[in-house]
Design a protein. Structure first.
Length: 394
């Protein structure tokens, strides 16, 4: 499905639909009259198969207590095996009400207060929150921006683990917002270090389906022929992929029986919520019917990125649009023509854009913005034109 066909078939107006992205701008940014290019959410309807499955279930009219059926686990395993080479056993799986919820559960279950937890900024801001909210000790190893490609120093990573007696590593793969799809070699280096120092690994792989421009995502449990799978707690979801976050459903995969039992014991005491009926119905339908839709969406994201990079770098020589190997949320470095302290005034007050700011992902990244490209090309064009127009006034 090409870009034009996808946009024509699936673009939808989100304003005045209780949309966090569109209708909470006044609360989030103090200004309702902005073009929202923030938060990982889309202006596209979910795949037709999702709509049909939900419609059929809704028309049934009874929404009582439910369980996740075997057909769901088969669809999930089939998706993982077909597109990532990872055959997932139903026994390893547990449902969650979202990836962030799972992070909090894991943190409470597998660490104690004051335990050291490692993250690699710039990184998704709930990684900071889960560590700080639960009174763990935050350890950071900042990634280096090498001309738009973010890289991790593995010697620094190991030294931070040793120096701080780190107990758990929060791995973001693909990495948001650095836009990295980690190579097999990079993942093996990370996991080998964690194995050497007995560090548990949470692998947040929610952006797995957005490996772009011929890059390939490899699930963490497959690295080194599964050598490190017994220390990995994997969590992913169809929510980012198929625009389903409001249905709050995610997948936990724990292969290690001892870790799985520990999590089950924790869940029996602390996680008393029922399963989300519509969430797992939508997710199963997406895994079964959504591949053509996803291919179309990827074409939109790649075309939007190529446009952003070409137009911004052509008209603003000092700007840097960082590489986008994965996700749909590239970082853009404005420090070449703006003082980092002036970025918000330029972007919000002059360009009239709502974006994610680099410092949200780590203090060292002030001066960057993150732009959401999973949207109509006309909105991306409008955002770029505003940035160029205001740059020319400087």
């Amino acid at each position: 499905m090409n870009v034009e066909t996808f946009v024509e078939n699936y673009y939808v107006e989100r304003k005045n639909t209780d949309s966090l992205k569109w209708d909470l701008l006044e609360e989030r940014f103090g200004d309702a009259d902005l073009l929202p290019m923030w938060v990982a959410d889309m202006e596209f309807k979910a795949p037709d198969g999702v709509f049909e499955a939900l419609t059929e279930r809704i028309q049934h009219g009874a929404y009582g207590y439910s369980f996740v059926p075997d057909s769901y686990y088969q669809a999930f395993s089939d998706w993982m095996e077909k597109y990532f080479g990872y055959k997932v056993d139903k026994e390893w799986c547990r449902p969650a009400t979202g990836v962030v919820s799972a992070l909090y559960w894991f943190m409470n279950c597998f660490t104690a207060e004051k335990d050291a937890v490692l993250i690699t900024p710039p990184v998704y801001y709930p990684f900071f929150s889960v560590v700080n909210d639960l009174n763990r000790t935050l350890v950071t190893v900042d990634m280096t921006d090498n001309d738009g490609r973010f890289e991790l120093d593995f010697d620094q990573l190991e030294q931070a683990i040793v120096d701080n007696n780190v107990k758990l590593f929060l791995l973001c793969s693909p990495h948001n917002p650095a836009g990295r799809v980690w190579t097999e070699d990079e993942l093996e280096k990370m996991l080998a270090i964690c194995d050497k120092h007995d560090v548990l690994v949470i692998a947040d792989e929610i952006h797995q389906d957005f490996a772009l421009h011929h890059h390939k995502h490899i699930p963490a449990p497959l690295i080194a022929d599964g050598k490190y799978r017994d220390r990995i707690l994997l969590v992913n979801a169809a929510s980012k992929t198929f625009n389903l976050p409001g249905l709050v459903h995610a997948n936990i995969v724990i292969e290690n029986p001892a870790l799985r039992q520990k999590f089950d014991d924790y869940a029996n005491q602390h996680i008393m919520s029922e399963k989300n009926l519509l969430g797992h119905i939508a997710t199963e339908a997406a895994y079964r019917t959504g591949k053509e839709w996803l291919d179309g969406l990827r074409h939109v994201i790649e075309a939007n990125y190529d446009y952003v990079k070409k137009e911004l770098t052509t008209h603003i020589p000092e700007i840097r649009v960082c590489d986008l190997e994965g996700t749909y949320l590239p970082l853009i470095d404005l420090k070449g023509f703006l003082d980092p302290n002036d970025v918000k005034e330029f972007v919000q007050d002059k360009c009239r854009l709502a974006v994610d700011y680099g410092e949200w992902f780590g203090a060292a990244y002030k001066g960057y913005i993150r732009l959401n490209l999973a949207t109509h090309p006309k909105l991306v064009k409008e955002a770029v034109e505003r940035i160029v127009r205001e740059y020319e006034k400087l």
